[in-house]
Design a protein around this ligand. Structure first.
Ligand SMILES: [Zn+2]
Length: 232
């Protein structure tokens, strides 16, 4: 990991991940969740840490020698991001709190254009946002990603009554999974179907794919291992 990048991650939320990775192994029974007493205060405090790292990253620019950086991966400067963005992938995935693409793919601000909804459905608003990522921001890669233990897909497999809004959200998933009773299989079917819907219903995306300007892949994120497997 490059020096700038590592420093930035250590100063921001990456701090939590770095701590997690350096922590001594915990007992299997020691399962913990972060539940702040005051959630709004926790958001504000987290943003202050991020903003401080952001300010520091901008200050460091020009003083850090990127040529000495053995990591070829990109790190966008805050100064550049203040006026523009050039993300290199569009990701359509689930709203699940454990599935944040920035974490899953170890990226920093400005790298991913992300669209999320419960169940990673390709309904109209999601499709419009994907089109923006591909046709305006020109991301060369589009990933649709489902994940293990998906609550939205689980709800689509159940017959339990939902609120009217949730029922509308679940309908396309129910159709996509086509009666599957295995959650992993259903999640994969749903992600594959979302990807197909994007190409079938969006001429912009279909053209970009056909011309080779866009590569479309479908991923499955396994929560227990942290690994994303390409299924298409
Ligand atoms: Zn989910």
């Amino acid at each position: 990991m490059g020096i700038q990048r590592r420093h930035f991650l250590q100063r921001t939320g990456g701090l939590a991940l770095a701590a997690l990775m350096q922590a001594r192994p915990v007992e299997a029974a020691e399962e913990r969740f972060c539940t702040p007493n005051d959630p709004l205060q926790a958001l504000i405090a987290g943003n202050r840490r991020f903003a401080e790292a952001w300010r520091q990253a901008e200050q460091d620019e020009g003083t850090t020698h990127r040529t000495a950086d053995p990591d070829p991966r990109c790190f966008n400067s805050p100064k550049a991001l203040a006026t523009s963005q050039h993300p290199w992938a569009t990701v359509l995935t689930c709203s699940d709190s454990r599935v944040s693409p920035s974490w899953v793919f170890d990226t920093t601000p400005g790298e991913l254009f992300v669209i999320r909804n419960a169940g990673n459905s390709a309904f109209d608003e999601a499709m419009a946002s994907v089109e923006y990522g591909v046709s305006v921001l020109k991301t060369p890669l589009l990933m649709v990603m489902g994940h293990s233990g998906c609550g939205a897909v689980t709800a689509a497999m159940d017959a339990n009554p939902l609120t009217p809004s949730l029922d509308r959200l679940i309908q396309p998933i129910r159709k996509n999974i086509n009666g599957s009773s295995d959650l992993e299989e259903a999640v994969k079917r749903n992600a594959l179907a979302s990807a197909s819907t994007l190409i079938q219903r969006s001429a912009v995306l279909a053209d970009a794919k056909a011309s080779g300007a866009l590569k479309l892949v479908v991923g499955y994120f396994q929560l227990s291992s942290g690994v994303v497997t390409l299924i298409e």
